[in-house]
Ligand binder design. Structure first.
Ligand SMILES: *Cc1c(COP(=O)(O)O)cnc(C)c1O
Ligand SMILES: [Zn+2]
Length: 391
């Protein structure tokens, strides 16, 4: 018996339908990302939000809305159900009554990338794929290596040569082959594509593979559950490839179709980038539909060093439809915020997560958030991987 309501894959740009029962990459017509579609009308008849809440924790509680058919294919390290931590000390300083941090630093492999790779590796295994490769800023490669080790897949990772050493070591420790690339994640991506053309491996590059986003969308389901099937007013998210932001937006859309939400209002999505690499912020400010590649991309927030992303138009669409915005913060501001969050709340966050606090401070200064609004900052990874940034 199938455990999923997955029906097919649909292009996020042109809408072309693709078969989900075989490995897929991008749209065969326009080469844009494919999104998994489910029979949500049938799911609505059999899944109730109170019953979902009663299932306990973990990413796989959303089983029917994830793309894996057979329980035997599930590869898990206990991912999902990260805490939503009230941060009252930070809130008091900003005069915000309902400020929270969703702490993805507590995930297996120390970042939210575990969500995407748990699902993508499980599905790859199910579809009979044996060898995978991906370009990574660090955390995705580490998560792919860990889940790949459990699944018995061969994993090859291409990372920029100045990727944080913790990421490289944990990836090697899990038995993956790591290549250090003299360049950025986009350059690393070219090595992966070349290997695909030679038949060496299947690419798990984000949004060039349809299922990582399915794992990441569970952050959206968890938010709804935590807020008793309403959604917070504001979500602040550090965006690189954009899979997290686009994934949560997809989850909100699915939950509306499932009839799970008590109120139709979705959060304003705030995309945070680094000043040294802010293609989405620039495109947002210019009113553009797509983002131009960002020149000389540099930032010590390695997860944000993504100069161009195939899902750019999906991010921009979600940000605009939500009434949100995109803003950039400096590395100095992020690193100072890491210290502030640790001192005030006891949370050692990654610079990408710290960037969200800086962005929120800017929104408060501009009067763009209300004192009683519920606000969630995403800490996408543990600060322990960035010891070199700490004093
Ligand atoms: C990958 C990564 C990001 C960016 O996430 P996307 O969903 O790809 O935009 C942010 N923070 C950290 C720590 C990351 O590893
Ligand atoms: Zn298409």
């Amino acid at each position: 018996m199938s455990e999923t309501f997955l029906t097919h894959l649909e292009c996020g740009a042109c809408g072309a339908s693709h078969e989900a029962a075989e490995p897929q990459t991008v749209c065969k017509k326009c080469e844009k990302p494919l999104l998994a579609r489910y029979d949500l009308a049938a799911a609505r008849r059999s899944l109730r939000p109170d019953a979902m809440a009663a299932r306990g924790g973990g990413l796989w509680k959303w089983r029917e809305l994830l793309p894996v058919r057979d329980d035997a294919s599930v590869v898990t390290l206990g991912e999902g159900s990260t805490p939503l931590i009230p941060t009252r000390a930070l809130g008091r300083k900003l005069r915000l009554a309902r400020l929270f941090v969703k702490d993805e630093g507590q995930m297996p492999t120390g970042s939210f990338k575990a969500r995407g790779l748990a699902v993508a590796i499980s599905r790859a295994k199910e579809l009979g794929i044996r060898r995978v490769a991906l370009p990574s800023a660090g955390n995705a490669g580490a998560a792919a290596a860990a889940y790949g080790a459990r699944a018995g897949l061969e994993v090859t990772v291409f990372v920029p040569k100045d990727t944080p050493v913790a990421n490289v070591k944990e990836t090697v420790a899990a038995g993956a082959v790591v290549h250090l690339v003299d360049g950025l994640i986009t350059d690393a991506g070219r090595f992966v594509s070349a290997g695909v053309a030679e038949g060496k491996w299947f690419s798990l590059a984000t949004l060039r593979e349809p299922y990582r986003i399915e794992g990441k969308k569970t952050m959206g389901y968890e938010l709804a559950e935590a807020f008793d099937w309403r959604l917070p007013d504001v979500v602040v998210y550090p965006t690189g490839g954009g899979t997290g932001l686009v994934g949560m937006w997809k989850a909100f859309e699915e939950m509306e179709a499932l009839g799970w939400l008590r109120a139709a209002k979705r959060p304003r999505m705030i995309s945070v980038q680094a000043e040294g690499c802010a293609p989405i912020v620039r495109a947002f400010d210019e009113g553009a539909e797509f983002a131009r590649p960002f020149e000389n991309a540099h930032t010590s927030a390695s997860g944000l060093r993504v100069p161009s992303a195939i899902g750019d138009f999906l991010m921009l669409r979600a940000i605009r439809a939500s009434g949100g915005c995109a803003l950039a913060v400096s590395d100095e501001e992020m690193i100072a915020a890491m210290g502030e969050i640790a001192r005030d709340e006891g949370l050692l966050v990654c610079p990408e997560g710290a960037a969200c606090l800086v962005a929120l401070q800017k929104l408060v200064a501009r009067g763009q958030v209300g004192a009683d609004e519920s606000i969630v900052l995403f800490n996408t990874g543990t600060g322990l991987k960035y010891l070199e940034l700490l004093p």
